[in-house]
Design a protein around this ligand. Structure first.
Ligand SMILES: [Zn+2]
Length: 324
């Protein structure tokens, strides 16, 4: 696959945990090829905060080449079309609203919202439909283009959070499956803090290595997805990161369903190629959906879904540096 062809360049490895600063880190495993991820990236874990992270990390330049060239050529169009479907298909829109908008609305009932890494702007559109003054930014020009032209979403901008400027603060920042992709999650959270009103919130959705699937499958956990995912946060490590950047966690929601158990198990048994063949049979797909459902329910009862939604509020009276 494409990521394999890349001539990856790496930064100097971390000697201490990039989240909690503790030197008690150790090599955990190497990543494998999966439906989305690539093999050969080394993953470390921190014994103190429970975070896992790619170590060493690919350089900023390598990642830019990977995202812009490789992804746009091979997968992006397909991914973006699927993304648009989450709004254009009414049944999927209903599901999307209940999974993302309903929990968000409990913490922010209106006002100015910025979705960072908005993709095609589906969440921005859902917010605008509900009367919010919603904006979205994304580093994918194509995603912004498609959202604007195909979904008619207003206020989308091709920008990175680092470059983004606003005259007026926001009531909420949204970060759906973004933080785990970033080389410097701390820098992102400092910037998010600086863009918020004094009592503003950040609403994030992220995979968590506190999940049952990670405990059971480890290196074959679906969300390892190297090098897309550079960090795998435990809730404890997110708490440390958020406190450090001037936030306090208000609420954590288990995200259900967390998906892909059958696929991850097949991969862990060296059966991914066969699994892809088997999936051509609709009866087999039916069978895997049921397995995923049952294991997701068990994860929920056990207290460890594969991803969570975290709501954190900006702490008042705290001057936050911009992380430079
Ligand atoms: Zn740590």
């Amino acid at each position: 696959m494409s990521g394999k062809r890349m001539d990856w360049q790496f930064d100097e490895p971390f000697e201490i945990c990039p989240i909690c600063g503790n030197p008690d880190i150790e090599f955990a495993f190497n990543s494998h090829n999966s439906m989305i991820g690539f093999s050969g990236f080394s993953i470390y874990g921190c014994r103190i905060c429970g975070a896992y992270f790619c170590n060493p990390q690919p350089t900023k330049e390598s990642l830019e080449i990977f995202y812009i060239k490789e992804m746009e050529e091979i997968a992006e169009e397909h991914i973006l079309e699927q993304s648009i479907e989450r709004y254009s298909n009414l049944e999927r829109r209903r599901k999307y609203r209940s999974q993302y908008f309903i929990p968000f609305q409990r913490h922010c009932s209106g006002g100015r919202v910025l979705d960072c890494g908005c993709g095609t702007g589906v969440f921005v559109k859902v917010l605008q439909d509900a009367g919010y003054s919603a904006f979205g930014i994304d580093i994918s020009e194509k995603a912004i283009e498609m959202g604007t032209s195909e979904l008619g979403v207003a206020n989308l901008q091709h920008a990175s959070i680092d470059d983004f400027k606003s005259d007026k603060p926001f009531d909420a920042i949204v970060a759906l499956t973004i933080i785990e992709h970033l080389k410097e999650p701390i820098r992102f959270l400092y910037k998010a803090n600086s863009l918020l009103e004094p009592d503003g919130i950040i609403f994030s959705h992220l995979p968590t290595c506190d999940s049952l699937q990670f405990k059971k499958l480890r290196d074959y956990w679906y969300w390892i997805m190297a090098p897309y995912h550079l960090f795998h946060f435990s809730i404890r490590s997110m708490e440390i990161l958020l406190n450090q950047t001037g936030f306090e966690i208000m609420q954590s929601y288990p995200f259900y369903p967390s998906w892909y158990w059958a696929e991850a198990i097949a991969n862990s048994q060296g059966l991914l190629a066969k699994y892809n063949m088997w999936r051509k049979d609709p009866d087999f797909v039916k069978y895997t959906i049921k397995i995923d459902e049952i294991l997701d329910e068990i994860s929920l009862e056990w207290g460890g879904t594969s991803s969570i939604q975290l709501v954190a509020q900006k702490r008042s009276g705290l001057e936050v540096p911009l992380g430079d």
